[in-house]
Design a binder for this molecule. Structure first.
Ligand code: NAD
Length: 303
């Protein structure tokens, strides 16, 4: 039976460490609290849940969070103006543009407008370039969270055959790069990959970020593999009165008996994504208010 890589527990450890580090740094350097601003456009309900979770997590560690909420019909110029104001605001250390934005807006241009020093989602081209070069910088939260889960689960990717399913700029691509930098031999699969099952069965480390519920079942997992499920989907209740459940891209019940390690959904990668957002915000804050070199790519903010 696979060991669970418990993101909820690990994220709580990160929060405790960040809370202490913020309090200590504020006392010694006399800094104002770190600040995170979330720019949200429209009322996508899933985004609403994520934004609320991020704000609650900020509150638990001592980061002041605020939301700049635009109506769905806001113009590109209006949203850009908000970002420019936040760039210039000294009480704001981190800026997050909550994706997706309505299709009437150019998300790339919005992400490009964020000051790279405040880009706590790690999606600005400068930070993506630093990631590719292995230079210190703000890293995309979900892949960084997966690396932290592996490290704290005692899994060293070095020399492993790793397969990442998905090649988005948000998850799959940075995930592949981080695993390569940890000396895994990485294949990145996508919707045009032929013989996905063959690739899967060869993988000693499988990271699934395809956004396809149940894509990976027992027939696609090599016995003893480490399986990380990034996918997250809401399963509608079967009958009235039941709550909606969550599932991932992996058939958890079928894969758990085969894998050596597995991340549950919920409670695996999701909480770690939020923990890494907090880490990035604190990292940006510490650079602004003196002290703390940017963390190297392969370490994390628990130290
Ligand atoms: P995306 O839609 O941008 O990218 C999906 C990728 O998967 C694409 O590269 C596509 O080519 C590939 N893909 C799709 N179907 C495939 C198939 N049948 N076989 C092989 N490859 C396939 O999605 P994303 O933003 O990268 O997110 C992926 C999933 O992760 C989603 O379920 C999303 O909700 C979830 N997610 C979770 C977290 C978290 O914190 N847990 C964070 C971000 C995204």
């Amino acid at each position: 039976m696979a060991k669970h890589l418990n993101g909820r527990l690990l994220a709580a450890r990160y929060e405790a460490s960040l809370r202490a580090s913020i309090a200590q740094h504020r006392a010694s350097a006399g800094c104002p609290p770190p600040g995170l601003a979330v720019v949200r456009v429209g009322d996508d309900p899933a985004s609403g849940v994520y934004v609320r979770k991020k704000a609650q997590a900020c509150g638990r560690v001592g980061i002041e969070s605020r939301m700049v909420h635009h109506v769905a019909v806001a113009s590109q110029q209006e949203v850009l103006e908000s970002i420019h104001q936040l760039n210039a605001d000294p009480s704001c250390d981190g800026i997050l543009v909550q994706l997706p934005v309505p299709s009437t807006l150019d998300a790339r241009q919005l992400l490009l407008a964020v000051d790279p020093a405040k880009d706590v989602d790690g999606l600005h081209p400068l930070n993506l370039g630093r990631l590719v070069r292995g230079e210190p910088g703000l890293r995309s939260c979900t892949p960084a969270g997966v690396m932290a889960l592996l490290a704290h689960g005692g899994i060293a990717p070095e020399g492993m055959r790793a397969l990442v399913i998905g090649r988005s700029v948000l998850v799959g691509q940075p995930m592949g790069i981080l695993l390569q930098q940890a000396n895994a031999t990485v294949t990145v699969a996508h919707s045009r990959t032929r013989d996905l099952s063959d690739h899967c069965r060869q993988a000693e480390l499988l990271v699934v970020a395809a956004g396809q519920p149940g894509l990976v079942g027992a027939d696609r997992v090599r016995p003893g593999a480490v399986v990380v499920d990034v996918g997250i989907h809401r399963v509608p209740p079967r009958q009235q009165g039941e709550r909606a459940a969550l599932c991932g891209d992996v058939c958890f019940a079928a894969v758990e008996p085969l894998a050596s390690h597995i991340t549950p959904v919920p409670g695996g990668v999701g909480p770690m994504t939020v923990a890494m957002l907090l880490c990035n915000t604190v990292q940006a804050w510490r650079q602004r208010c003196g002290g703390g070199a940017p963390r190297p790519a392969e370490t994390d903010c628990l130290h």
